[in-house]
Design a protein around this ligand. Sequence first.
Ligand code: G16
Length: 543
Amino acid sequence: MATQTVATTPFDDQKPGTSGLRKKTTVFMQPGYLENYVQSIFEAIGGVSDKTLVVGGDGRFFNREAIQTILKMAAANGAAKCVVGRDGLLSTPAASAVIRELKTDGGLILSASHNPGGENGDFGLKYNVPAGGPAPEAITDAIFARSKEIAEYRISDAEDISIQMIGTAKIDDMDIDIIDPVAIYQSLMESLFDFNAIHDLFVSGFRMRFDAMHAVTGPYATAILEGAIGAPAGTVINAQPLPDFGGGHPDPNPVHAKMLMDEMMGADGPDFGAASDGDGDRNMIVGRGFYVTPSDSLAVLAANAELVPGYREGLNGVARSMPTSRAADRVAEKLGINAYETPTGWKYFGNLLDGNLITLCGEESAGTGSNHVREKDGLWAVLLWLNILAVLRGSVADIVKAHWRKFGRDYYTRHDYEDLETAVASGLIDDLRGRLSALPGQSFGGLTVSAAEDFSYADPVDGSVSKHQGIKIAFEEDARVVLRLSGTGTSGATLRVYLERYERDPANHGIDTQQALAQVIAAADEIAGIRSKTGRSAPNVMT
Ligand code: G16
């Protein structure tokens, strides 16, 4: 077997987005496309000579083939070892756990997260650093810069190896460990949560449904919920990971997890429902007849974390992405701990977690996590909820409503305008950016702007500054609008409009969300000209 050096020409579209490089699967399958990107990663991180890398993905179409290519390229670039999940599977949080537990030099995670899979779906790849988290901007910028210059890549001409069984293998001089994708993650969960208390909850008759959406969390949820904890068989549904996720859209929200939602909204529905996405880092939490927004979920978890063994010592601080509602800040204030507001993207939590400034963090986009790994973690969030329920023994609805009574309610919704022409979407944001300084003091349908900014974040640990992270408009009436363009789409542009309003009075906590926010929605449209500029009369998706 020998290393081949293959001449190549750069692709100019390999700029990593919010979470690595995401493209249509067919784009990734073009000759040299994956190879160029992998070589760019290797070179941007100073080479992989003598390094150990974790490699795994969410099992979507092209996962296995891409892993074989990555392994051969790692061997040709002099890596000492690759640690691969059996069958090429590793959920994103499990990959983070393995990188940390085995103290490797980082890893490559193959996933397009919650985006649909299959030959006509999406594919993605990202590099995670030795601390286990997504590469920070300095590294993703370096990868992109490298991808524009690359002239050759290195790959072994070895045969494909079998990754179907736990064991060891070799490509040229490089060792390969094929590991159980669940084991390290499961013991981490056992160290954080009281599995016996959760077992007792199930024994008491508590019923749960976990929808793995034919994505990567199936094996994890089955092993942990039905295996280690002893929940009844059938608690986990759609547990078999499939290359096209069974034709579904593995995004755990009320729209795409409709089957679960229908069951949960029924009078005789289970007590607790949850779902996770393609690569297992997102979560949806729903009680019988009661959906919990990700922003509220973060706040409730922060307020109750001390009930759970792994967080008994209390929290160092909490962080949320800027468009996430301010509910978690209110908890932090009561607990007397710091609350941080970061740009969208899990990578921005990395330094705060590494520096012990925070313990919990979360995002409106259905991501919640803690210092146990450096990714958001879907199943972890579900276990944290379960452990809290096992202690409090109330219904999900009762717990959230009691939380609102104590802290007030942050009404929250996100409106997405998908597949816009890129020029139209960026034009809208640019135009608004140019008018921000004139907005304070102006009134829009009864709401008066108190502050308007183009969000810029200075990392408190390394001082790095990230600019243009979304337009944030605050109103005197304790309401807020945020507008930004999605960084995870693979076609056209998506405008996200995040809308929220705080309501202290418990008598007003039962209003329909869209109704409660009608004034804020109208003000956002008036300020940004959403309908007139996009030609759309309504968003495609409201969550
Ligand atoms: C990724 C990031 C998240 C971020 C989300 C935002 O999620 O990991 O931290 O909140 O993108 O997406 P957008 O830019 O489309 O609003 P995931 O689950 O796709 O990896």
